[in-house]
Design a protein around this ligand. Structure first.
Ligand SMILES: [Zn+2]
Ligand SMILES: [Zn+2]
Ligand SMILES: [Zn+2]
Ligand SMILES: [Zn+2]
Ligand SMILES: [Zn+2]
Ligand SMILES: [Zn+2]
Length: 421
């Protein structure tokens, strides 16, 4: 049973929680900005598929059940269009459906290659977004961990405050590749559509997760631009028949280091420069530094009689600084056409922060008063102060006696107030 002090503390905590949950000002729908990359929400209470902007998610669908889909590229808010029967409160003119929006399975509340729904109360895994298709993947579906059992009903659910999500994840064993060991993911479906990505897959900055038949999942190759410790003993990428013919990625990396960098190379060096020296090529070295397809990549994407298949979904994990490592010579550059985000980080619209989100109820009250005409402000402050004084007087004995404030007490106070007592 809460005392007054506890009640006040709890009120503060609730205000803080509310401002964190709804940190944006929600006065303007992004429809007018056109097709932009922005955080998108799916309203489960309205018909699918559609996506709505952050402002509409609060202003127009605030009392509906929603799932945040996070940033989606080239997306225009559907709330003001006729594809939603629910009327937009921020953009009252009804518009035609957005014919350029693309609706992936996420817009049907399905995620990952397993197609599961996202149920926050049951999900314990971190999900990772593919930079290309922007779908979300379970770490277990990326072969980074075993699928943990769903949170059961009698387990403590992640309600409450603080970083439950983080603390909840930490009760799982460490993933094969933790989130801070790589910068971005490109899912297997997207890699299989790109010759460029398959060419770079399996180089030091573009890891794959794979395994030999009946063996453990491993990150291949080990080491990398951000991690100078190349562990030679665990490198077993291509089988002996391959390593004798092809450049050995890890060894090549070592020799690049020795030749060009000396000790303590920065994170910007280009992986597999040395492999290129061994590559039979007519181009001069300075022109193109893209690797030939690595033995790992061959075994994952194009196995044949000579190159036995490695078991792998084919997802690639891009290490920090990856955008600057591609070759952009005239031969390689056309492969990036329409995929500008592979070269430059994209602009993503961020809903403007609500300056009032951090305020307490009292501060908000004062802010409202400031907006009223002068004479009404005086009246307002007067009324506010009167109310506050009476409430404080009413509540003081509760505090002094450390007595519980019940709902009836508060209701009684306001009833008395209304009836003019
Ligand atoms: Zn909107
Ligand atoms: Zn809705
Ligand atoms: Zn709206
Ligand atoms: Zn999955
Ligand atoms: Zn993808
Ligand atoms: Zn090139």
């Amino acid at each position: 049973m809460p005392s007054l002090q506890e009640f006040v503390d709890e009120q503060r905590a609730l205000e803080e929680e509310a401002s964190q949950a709804l940190p944006w000002s929600f006065s303007e729908c992004t429809y007018g900005k056109g097709y932009i990359r922005q955080p998108v929400f799916l309203c489960l209470s309205c018909q699918s598929p559609h996506g709505i902007c952050a402002a509409c998610s609060i202003a127009c669908h605030g009392d509906h059940e929603q799932v945040e889909l996070f940033p989606k590229r080239a997306f225009r808010c559907d709330c003001p269009t006729s594809s939603l029967s629910h009327k937009c409160t921020l953009h009252p003119t009804q518009m035609l459906p957005n014919d350029k929006n693309r609706y992936s399975q996420n817009f049907h509340n399905k995620f990952c290659r397993c197609g599961r729904q996202y149920i926050p109360s049951e999900e314990r895994e971190t999900m990772i977004q593919c930079v290309t298709c922007e779908d979300w993947y379970h770490e277990s579906c990326l072969n980074l961990r075993e699928r943990p059992p769903a949170r059961s009903a009698n387990e403590p659910s992640p309600s409450g405050t603080d970083d439950d999500a983080a603390s909840d994840v930490s009760d799982l064993p460490q993933a094969l590749l933790s989130e801070d060991e790589y910068d971005s993911l490109i899912c297997a479906d997207c890699v299989r559509k790109s010759e460029l990505l398959q060419r770079w897959a399996g180089t030091t900055g573009v890891k794959v997760v794979a395994r030999e038949k009946d063996q453990e999942w491993r990150v291949m190759p080990p080491g990398g631009p951000a991690n100078e410790d190349v562990d030679d003993e665990t490198v077993d990428v291509g089988g002996s028949e391959l390593t004798s013919v092809e450049a050995h990625p890890a060894k090549s990396e070592e020799s690049v280091k020795a030749n060009e960098e000396g000790a303590g190379g920065s994170g910007t060096k280009r992986p597999l420069d040395a492999a290129e020296e061994e590559r039979p090529t007519k181009k001069p070295r300075s022109l193109c530094h893209a690797p030939s397809q690595s033995p790992i990549s061959k075994r994952v994407f194009n196995p044949d009689d000579k190159t036995p298949a490695l078991e792998s979904a084919g997802d690639v994990f891009l290490l920090e600084g990856w955008r600057s490592r591609w070759c952009q010579c005239p031969d390689c550059l056309p492969a990036f056409e329409g995929e500008a985000y592979l070269l430059h980080e994209e602009d993503t619209f961020e809903p403007p922060e609500d300056p009032e989100a951090q305020m307490s109820i009292e501060e908000l009250g004062m802010r409202m008063l400031e907006r009223l005409p002068r004479d009404r402000v005086i009246d307002g402050i007067h009324a506010y102060n009167q109310l506050r004084d009476r409430l404080v007087t009413f509540l003081r004995p509760f505090n002094q006696e450390n007595k519980e404030v019940r709902q009836e007490d508060i209701e009684g106070f306001f009833n008395d107030l209304r009836s003019g007592r």
